[in-house]
Design a protein around this ligand. Sequence first.
Ligand SMILES: [Mn+2]
Length: 275
Amino acid sequence: MNETTRNEMIRAFIAQVSQARKPVITSHVSPDGDAVGSVLGLANFLKLAYGIEAHCTLHDPVPRMYKWVPGADRITPPEAIPADVDLLIVADTHQVDRAGRVAEFMPKDSSVIVIDHHIVTGDVPPDSYLDSTAAAVGEMVGELYAYTNTPLTPDAATACYVALSTDTGCFRYPSTTSRTHLMAGSFIDGGASVGDVTERIFDRMSPAKFALLGRVLDRVEMLAGGRAAATRLTLADLEECGAAHEDTDGLINFLRNVDGVDVALICRETGPNET
Ligand SMILES: [Mn+2]
C-alpha cells in the first residue's frame, strides 16, 4: 500500500471515529494478542487524541496470558455495553459477525467501522481502515498515533507492542517488515518493555499447557516420510490437565519446527462428535 492511499484511509477513518460520542471497541471471538492489544491501543488513542472515552468489550473473556496488559480489566462482556453508545469499532476482523454477540447489545441506529489487516472478503462498512500489508492491527493503530502526532503513553505503547509482537510470532513471521520493526521501535520509545512483554507472553507457559504439550508430543505420528506430523487432543485431555482452550495455542509449533516437516496437524476435539 502506498503512503497516499494509507493516509487517505487513515484520514477517513479518523474523521468517523473522532466524531463518535460514545464508541464501543471490540474484536473477534477467541481473542488473541492483536485483538486485546489493538482494542486497548485504540481506546487509548481516542482518549489521548480526542478525549473520547470508549467502552471496550469482547465476546470472550480476556485470555489469562493477556490479563496483565494495562487496561485489560476495562474490557467487559457485551452485556455491560451502555445503552447510549453510538459507534461500534471492530478491530482485527472485517467480518462484523466475528465479534460474536457484541452486535446484539448495540443500539439499532448505531454505525459500524472496521480496522483490519486481513485480506478483504465481502462487504466492509464505509470509511474502514484496511491494510493487508500490515503485520498486525497493532501496527495500524501505531500509524494512527503517528499520523495525528499523538504521543504514546507507556500503557498505550505496551498494548500496541503486545498486538504487534504476538501477531508476528515475536517478529519471526514473513509478515514482519521494516515498517513493523520501525513501528515496534516507536512503541519501545513510547515505554513498552521488550523484556517484560516477551517473558510474559513468549517465555512462560501454564503448568496445564506444559501437561498438554506432553500428551501432544507423546502421540505424534510422522507421516509422508517425515514431511507431515499429526497428533490429537481430546476434551478429556483438557479436563485432566486442567487446561483451557487458550492453553492449546502454539502447541502446533513444536511439530512445525521439526526438520523436514511441511505440514503439521493437531486434531482437537471441540465438542461431542466435533473435531
Ligand atoms: Mn491480527
